[in-house]
Design a binder for this molecule. Structure first.
Ligand code: ADP
Ligand code: NCN
Ligand code: MG
Length: 195
């Protein structure tokens, strides 16, 4: 069985942290990070607001991300081997792929491929604070969070909801351990119901 999990939601919601914990505990589990598909800086548009528009879908090479997902779908075993993931040979033959990123559910060709879509959120103040402590490859210029990051987050979330995309919301203010156990248990139950 092939099972694709989305760990999506807002920037600094805790997606990468949760994904790294899940990877260690799920068998035959590969990961694709959306952040790896940002286009080069010189291809990022500058908005009327003067900010480089990093937080829009067009800043990501989603076609390349989709191709990577398709490579996993056509042969999870080969994909795992190529990415250094050890494959267990058991009767159930379950293969799991985690997609992790902040705009997972806004790209039409991907949206129906998920078996389960999680969406991490934290309140505005917490998100802004966590973001201020982060250092990205391209550092945030002053005012980026309120001028670009937060409004784009709200816009894409509104669109996702208007399109009726079903997600499981996760409270990112819970402890790392609680989130990990909640999601691990939920995935395991969902896998049992399918087998
Ligand atoms: N459950 C949590 N509670 C408190 N802080 C967290 C939690 N999960 C992650 N963090 C912290 O929040 C920041 C963003 O986490 P990260 O996993 O990189 O988020 P994302 O990938 O969603 O941007 C990091 O400093 C991380 O240590
Ligand atoms: O990774 C990069 O090259 C990069 C360059 C510029 C900006 N980012 C930021 O990365 C954010 C998404 O990653 P994350 O882990 O915060 O969800 C997004 O809000 C972007 O503003 C990321
Ligand atoms: Mg991250």
């Amino acid at each position: 069985m092939k099972y694709i999990v989305g760990i999506g939601g807002m920037t600094n919601g805790g997606k990468t942290t949760l994904t790294n914990s899940l990877l260690k505990s799920l068998p035959n589990c590969c990961v694709i990070h959306q952040d790896d598909f940002f286009k080069p800086q010189d291809q990022i548009a500058v908005g009327e607001d003067g900010f480089k528009q990093w937080d829009v879908l067009e800043s990501l090479d989603m076609e390349a991300m989709l191709s990577t997902v398709q490579a996993w779908m056509s042969s999870p075993r080969k994909f795992a081997r190529a990415h250094g993931v050890s494959v267990q040979l058991d009767a159930s033959d379950t293969h799991i792929l985690i997609l992790e990123g902040f705009l997972l559910y806004s790209y039409k060709p991907l949206v129906d491929l998920y078996s389960r879509r999680y969406f991490l959120t934290v309140p505005y103040e917490e998100c802004k604070w966590r973001r201020s402590t982060r250092r990205y490859m391209v550092p945030d210029p002053p005012g980026l969070f309120d001028g670009h990051v937060w409004p784009m987050y709200q816009k894409y979330k509104r669109e996702m909801e208007a399109n009726g995309v079903e997600v499981v919301y996760l409270d990112g203010t819970k402890s790392r351990e609680e989130l990990f156990h909640q999601v691990l248990e939920d995935i395991q139950n969902s896998l049992l119901n399918r087998s």
